[in-house]
Design a binder for this molecule. Structure first.
Ligand code: HAM
Length: 427
């Protein structure tokens, strides 16, 4: 039997891992500057958490979850996103009582959705997300959006488009909801069965329907912005003015509703303009969720966050030809000539590695020429050649593979030379 990787997943092979580490490191560095602290939650949670948190009527909960029963008969689900888990942990660990508020958290880790795999849409993907809980100051909305934009900017991505909307507070949403029901009800039979169900359960979801997106009622559907009460309007204005002051360009799109149920007030997406990226153009999604902590069993607490997948980010960087740093080569490759030298090689390698050098050697009894070739392929800066003469003298031949120069020095001097060379190159 030939085993194959599951659909919608990928192996990240050694040549690509450095790129992943680089963007992950960028996320960690940026969050340190913005004072967001890392949280790591389990890969699976009680199914009910997502049904409640993400929302029963969303595609994620209805169609895309990897749900299974464990041997104890509990229903568990591989996390489809990170917000519900973060909020669960916030409540369970009573973070609302922490001295420093708002509590600003971030995560980087795999999420799972049973989606139809296509370019940029995976069944397992890695999200970098941030969540700030405990403040309803519009300045934190601008901070969260600014962090996401900075992440892309610092990685060198161009052609980004920030789209924002307000979904209003409870009161605004209710009047919008009624307007949507009145708008769609007379002709709801022309819509897909999912939308017919959504009409009473959650009419906002109709606006997000992929099947009915071209129906004529979609175009003139009531816009949430016409139903914002004074408070929601003021809030949205302040978010916009902060973004303006931060020189972050944005577009207001009243049709932006997001695919998860927990949002109110600010909602946003970062898209990428530009041909060649395929059908998927949304890189980041986020927004405010002032009712979620309460929904999960905590005290009334406002929150806001975003998530983006590293898969889509890396695709975008590749499309734009942005070069990311690759792994640096070995510091040295040890070539042992003769039986005695070979028997000394393991302990010498051990010493070199303990001194902080990245070193390797041949384990297949290859000829010397092949060993030199291997040193080249591995990007070694030096070869270290150990033969009978060197053993007798307690030295080693150090050959700089760049300049071709070689010297015969003690092991300590060799280590020193290689370290200094590395520091000169700034590695
Ligand atoms: P979301 O819009 O479902 O929101 O996902 C956010 C981002 O995750 C997307 O913009 C995309 O980059 C990535 N993503 C989603 N599904 C896939 C997939 N199948 N393959 C590859 N990438 C994908 C959330 O998940 C919310 N938890 C965001 C949030 C945090 N809102 C507030 N806080």
């Amino acid at each position: 039997m030939n085993f194959r990787i599951p659909r919608g997943t990928q192996d990240i092979l050694p040549e690509n891992s450095p790129m992943w580490r680089y963007v992950e490191q960028k996320a960690h560095d940026l969050c340190r500057r913005y004072n967001y602290k890392e949280i790591r939650t389990p890969i699976f949670e009680q199914t009910e958490l997502f049904a409640r948190g993400v929302g029963d009527t969303t595609d994620i909960v209805q169609k895309e979850m990897y749900t299974f029963e464990d041997r104890g008969g509990r229903s568990l689900t591989l996390r489809p996103e990170g917000t519900a888990s973060t909020v669960r942990s916030y409540v369970e660990n009573k973070m609302h009582g922490w001295a420093d508020q708002p509590v600003k958290l971030y995560y980087v880790g795999p999420m799972f959705r049973y989606e139809r795999p296509q370019s940029g849409r995976m069944r397992q993907f890695v999200q970098f997300g941030v969540e700030a809980m405990g403040s309803d100051d519009p300045a934190i909305d601008a901070e969260v959006i600014g962090l996401a934009m900075d992440f892309y900017r610092e990685l060198g991505l161009k052609g980004l488009k920030l789209v924002i909307n307000s979904l209003g507070d409870k009161e605004s949403r209710n009047s919008h909801r009624n307007a949507l029901i009145n708008h769609f009800k007379p002709r709801i039979t022309e819509f897909c069965p999912d939308c017919q169900q959504r009409l009473e359960q959650n009419p906002l979801r109709i606006l997000d329907c992929k099947k009915d997106r071209d129906h004529e009622l979609m175009e003139n559907a009531p816009s949430i912005l016409s139903y914002l009460n004074e408070e929601s309007k003021k809030y949205f204005d302040r978010v916009q003015s902060y973004l303006g002051a931060m020189n972050i360009d944005f577009e207001v799109d009243p049709g932006l509703v997001r695919g998860l149920d927990y949002y109110n007030n600010t909602a946003f997406e970062i898209m990428i303009d530009g041909a060649g990226f395929g059908a998927i153009t949304t890189l980041t999604g986020g927004g405010r969720y002032n009712g979620l902590v309460e929904e999960i069993g905590g005290p009334q607490t406002p929150g806001i966050g975003f998530a983006l997948s590293l898969e889509r980010l890396l695709m975008a960087l590749e499309t734009q030809g942005v070069e990311l740093p690759t792994e640096t080569g070995l510091d040295a490759y040890l070539i042992a000539i003769g039986e005695e030298a070979k028997s000394k090689a393991p302990s010498l390698l051990h010493t070199l590695r303990q001194s902080g050098l990245a070193v390797d050697a041949d384990y297949l009894n290859k000829k010397m020429k092949a060993q030199f070739k291997a040193a080249d392929r591995q990007g070694a800066a030096y070869t270290l050649i150990l033969g009978d003469d060197e053993i007798a003298a307690g030295t080693i031949v150090v050959k700089n593979l760049n300049s071709g120069e070689q010297v015969n020095v003690s092991i300590e001097e060799a280590i020193q030379m290689i370290i200094e060379n590395r520091q000169r190159k700034g590695a």
